[in-house]
Design a binder for this molecule. Structure first.
Ligand code: ZN
Length: 229
């Protein structure tokens, strides 16, 4: 009787050990593969298109987008991920600032994405609203892509856990940049330039890096979950 019980315990322990080994190996290989991923980071606006404007300081959204995008590129590169930026300077992508510049700018971004065939596109923007109380970072995605939805959820969860005062949901967004290619794409609206507190925070290097760190964590989670699936 005792012998039988011991062998049952032994079998349970062996199964448990093998399961843990299997999960461990899967996790390790997911981590290794994350290193081969490519992310296109798109700093929204630029050049003559400043985007939203801070109500108190007059700061341009385009400049905050660039600072967060640069910090995000740095963090992803440090993790071994290939980070490609649509713009890494204050300039727009439209060429001459003549009629039709916005269209040319957006098409240039699309071409960069198509040339890179990335695993994920993350477009960085800042939000604004008529009232001044709305705040928080929110992710938008194209509803036709389940991968985009998954990535948006992973990034939103991290933002809710580390920067948002209250929980926000990732939402469908009918934006050119998330639907111009078939690659998984999200927009991160990092905060509201119509909210005085966020307008100030978004201009500090510390908060810009915190946002970048948080978005990077969401990206890693998305890659790990899709690779482990
Ligand atoms: Zn914008």
């Amino acid at each position: 009787m005792l012998k039988q019980r011991l062998s049952t315990v032994a079998i349970i322990l062996i199964v448990l050990f093998l399961t843990l080994q299997f999960l461990g190996v899967r996790e390790e290989s997911a981590k290794a593969q994350v290193r081969d991923m490519c992310v296109v980071i798109d700093a929204g606006h630029g050049g003559i298109d400043g985007g939203s404007v801070g109500r108190i300081t007059g700061v341009y959204e385009a400049d905050i987008n660039l600072a967060v995008a640069n910090a995000l590129a740095e963090k992803l590169t440090a993790l071994g991920i290939r980070a490609v930026q649509t713009r890494s300077t204050k300039e727009g992508l439209y060429g001459e600032p003549t009629a039709g510049f916005k269209r040319r700018d957006m098409v240039a971004r699309k071409r960069i994405i198509e040339a890179e065939a990335p695993d994920l596109v993350v477009s960085i923007h800042q939000n604004e609203y008529a009232g001044s109380t709305r705040c928080g970072a929110q992710v938008f995605f194209c509803k036709e892509s389940s991968f985009s939805g998954h990535a948006a959820l992973c990034i939103q969860n991290e933002l809710n856990a580390s920067v948002n005062k209250r929980r926000l949901d990732a939402l469908f967004g009918d934006y050119y940049i998330v639907k111009c290619t078939g690659f998984p794409s999200v927009i991160v609206e990092c905060g509201f330039l119509s909210n005085a507190e966020e307008e100030a925070l978004l201009q500090t290097e510390e908060y810009q890096h915190r946002l970048a760190e948080t978005i990077a964590r969401g990206i890693i989670r998305y890659f790990s979950e899709t690779l482990a699936a």
